[in-house]
Structures are given as C-alpha cells and as structure tokens.
Design a protein around this ligand. Structure first.
Ligand code: UDP
Length: 225
C-alpha cells in the first residue's frame, strides 16, 4: 500500500491502534509514550504488526517524502459492529438482549475508554484534511475511562436485561488500563468527541435489537459479512 501511495502521489492513512502502547505504565497515554508490549505474547502479532507498520510509514516519509497520517485509534464502538466479533461492547449487548450471562474476563476492574464511531470518523476526516506536515502519530479516542464491570452494569440497566454477571479467566497480557491523552488531536484538529457513552450505547443497543429481531435470513446475511 505504501508503494502504491508513492506511485500515485496519494496521502495514506494508517489506522494504527492504542495497542501500540501495550499494557501501559504511563497513564493516560500520550503519543510520546513508546509503550510496553510483550513481543512474544498472544497479542503480539497484532501489537507488533501495528508498531512495525508505523515504522514503515515513517520510513517512507523519511525516504520518499510520502504524505502519511498515522492515527492511533482507541476502543471504538457503534452500530454495524459484528455481533460475534468478540469485542466487549458487542458481547455484552448481545448477551444482555438474550438474557444470557454477561462474561466478564478477570475481576472487571480493568479499564477502557470507549469512543463512538461517528466521533472517530469525524476525527479521521479532519486529520486527512491537515497540512502534509502533520504526520502523527495522533491519538483518536474518547478520554472518558470506565471499568469493564461498570460497562456491564450500564448495559444491563439500559437494556432492562435479567442477565447475571459471570467471571471468566482474564486473557494473557490483557491491558489493565487504557485512556487516551487527546490533547494533541484537540489542538491540531480542533476536535473533541461529542457523543456521550449513554447516547452511543443507546444507538448501538437499538441496532443490535434490530438485527437480533430480524428474520433468520437477514441475520445470516449480517453474520456472513
Ligand atoms: N472483555 C470482557 N468480556 C468479554 C469481552 C471482553 O470482560 O466478553 C474485556 C477484555 O478482557 C478487555 C476489555 O473487555 O479487558 C476490552 O476487550 P476488547 O476485546 O473489546 O478490546 P481490547 O482488549 O482490544 O481493548
């Protein structure tokens, strides 16, 4: 893709990730933090793959003056998530709507900061419109941090579910906390997330209700995506 962008003279965006920070010792995470990634752990191929991609983007910028934009995207959610992608928001909403047990991995005290998809897209569009001298890396996400237990309780309340919470083992190298420092994006893009967790979850729950009440054929189409 970098070679293609070079040949076409295109601006190229890397959808990088907060995972480059690994299980961070610095909190919240600014772009200047180099991260804490276990290079041989089960998450490593994703984390190190994204880190390596950032390196290649900057090498192409240095060597070929390619116009690059590197965005570090923090946890994002919203309508059109795949119901079975295994992420925390989709799992909890699906489980709550079916009154099935809500699966919390570990004690639920680990934190994430959840950004609604529309806010993220607005940030990406603004980033792409910046001057070629603005390369990133740039954190994009919502700085409102919450525990996974709190998220589960919120979703149970908002869906009126009778689900109970069960605890499953915490996956290896699961980051304990994650919150973006978004001051660089705020300054550079004149951007801030606008959608509250309550509003964002309401939209997402409505979407999941719609697909889960759809005909089996509709559901198969969505699951096959
Ligand atoms: N998680 C959980 N139950 C689930 C799915 C995820 O407790 O059914 C936890 C997971 O261990 C992690 C957090 O929720 O601490 C966010 O997980 P996700 O896979 O959505 O994102 P990531 O870990 O990549 O931030």
């Amino acid at each position: 893709m970098l070679g293609l962008a070079k040949r076409l003279g295109a601006t190229i965006l890397q959808a990088s990730t907060s995972e480059v920070y690994g299980d961070p010792e610095v909190h919240p995470q600014p772009e200047s933090y180099w991260g804490c990634v276990n290079p041989v752990g089960p998450r490593a191929c994703y984390d190190e793959g994204k880190r390596c991609a950032e390196t290649l983007f900057f090498d192409y910028y240095r060597q070929h003056r390619l116009t690059i934009k590197v965005a570090r995207i923090f946890n994002t959610y919203g309508p059109r998530m795949h119901p079975n992608d295994g992420r925390v928001v989709s799992n909890f909403i699906r489980q709550a709507l079916q009154n099935e047990p809500i699966t919390i991995y570990g004690d639920g005290q680990q934190t994430r900061s959840l950004c609604y998809v529309d806010d993220l897209i607005e940030g990406l569009i603004r980033f792409m419109a910046t001057d070629p001298s603005v390369l990133g890396p740039l954190n994009l996400g919502n700085a409102e941090e919450l525990t996974i237990l709190k998220l589960a309780e919120t979703i149970i309340r908002m869906t009126g579910s009778s689900s109970r919470i069960i605890r499953l083992p915490l996956p290896q190298d699961d980051p304990k906390q994650r919150q973006p420092n978004i001051s660089l994006a705020e300054r550079t893009l004149n951007w801030q997330p606008k959608v509250s967790l309550y509003e964002g979850l309401s939209e997402t729950i409505a979407y999941f209700r719609g697909i889960m009440s759809g005909s089996p054929v509709q559901q198969i189409r969505i699951l096959a995506r």
